[in-house]
Design a protein around this ligand. Structure first.
Ligand SMILES: [Zn+2]
Length: 257
């Protein structure tokens, strides 16, 4: 597990991480109550994520299995030392995907298996949540960006073909492609914010609406300041921020055009 990049949160006192880190260290030393505290802290968000990822009735098992797996690693001196939430959530994603795959294997017909090839994404494959998140992200984009992405990614056209198609200069096309790809990635991250725990205050809501732009470093200076001010004092938003950093790193860099 990579260290999570906190460099763009000046003023963060890392107390959120230190807290989880201290609990993890205690759990590693065999203190069951320390791990129980982590369970209590992240149980709600974990269940919510698991329900978004897979079959509703599986969520309970997925969460229990994931907490148990991380605990097992921690006791053997492996697993996360910080960023417990991000590690747990990645485990939950993998466990959900594993179950979805196992379910699919039970009832395939040859034809369905052929048509329903998973789309490669990063170094893994899309699970239900990610597919839905990409679709929702795509649909949230302005029509012009959707058109560009459609031509390139679905129609398989090359950027230079868009010059005449959209009646733009080559520079205009590359700027548009760049903005559309970044827009999609940012909107995709924002879907992960939506799947997190509900915000408990107005300042949380404001900050969460800007988190994906913040992670992608496209937020305005004013918005950045707002997020900088909030993260160190809000455990839940900080957790979501750390999770987004991780998701953003998982997603392959957009191909240059
Ligand atoms: Zn908050």
């Amino acid at each position: 597990m990579q260290d999570v990049d906190l460099v763009n949160v000046p003023g963060a006192d890392r107390s959120v991480e230190v807290d989880d880190g201290v609990l993890l260290a205690q759990a590693r030393d065999g203190h069951a109550e320390a791990y129980a505290a982590l369970f209590t802290r992240y149980s709600y968000a974990a269940h919510r994520l698991a329900r978004n990822l897979g079959q509703y009735e599986d969520a309970e098992d997925v969460v229990a299995e994931s907490f148990a797996r991380v605990l097992d690693l921690v006791r053997r001196g492996k697993g996360p030392e910080t960023a417990f939430r991000a590690y747990l959530f990645t485990t939950i994603r993998h466990e959900s995907a594993r179950r979805a795959k196992a379910r699919k294997r039970v009832t395939p017909t040859d034809d369905v298996a052929k048509i329903d090839q998973p789309v490669p994404f990063g170094d893994g494959q899309l699970d239900g949540f990610e597919r839905a998140a990409i679709r929702a992200a795509y649909e949230s984009l302005p029509p012009r960006w959707r058109t560009v992405l459609w031509h390139l990614d679905v129609d398989g056209r090359k950027p230079h073909e868009l010059v005449s198609l959209l009646d733009l200069s080559p520079n205009g096309v590359s700027a548009l492609v760049y903005r559309a790809r970044n827009g999609l990635r940012e909107a995709y991250l924002q879907q992960h914010v939506k799947s997190a725990a509900p915000e408990d205050s107005r300042s949380c809501r404001d900050v969460r609406a800007k988190l994906s732009a913040f992670v992608r470093r496209t937020a305005s200076a004013r918005d950045q300041e707002k997020v900088h001010g909030h993260l160190p004092v809000c455990r839940e938003c900080m957790s979501i921020y750390l999770d987004l950093q991780e998701v953003d790193q998982e997603v392959a860099a957009p191909p240059s055009s």
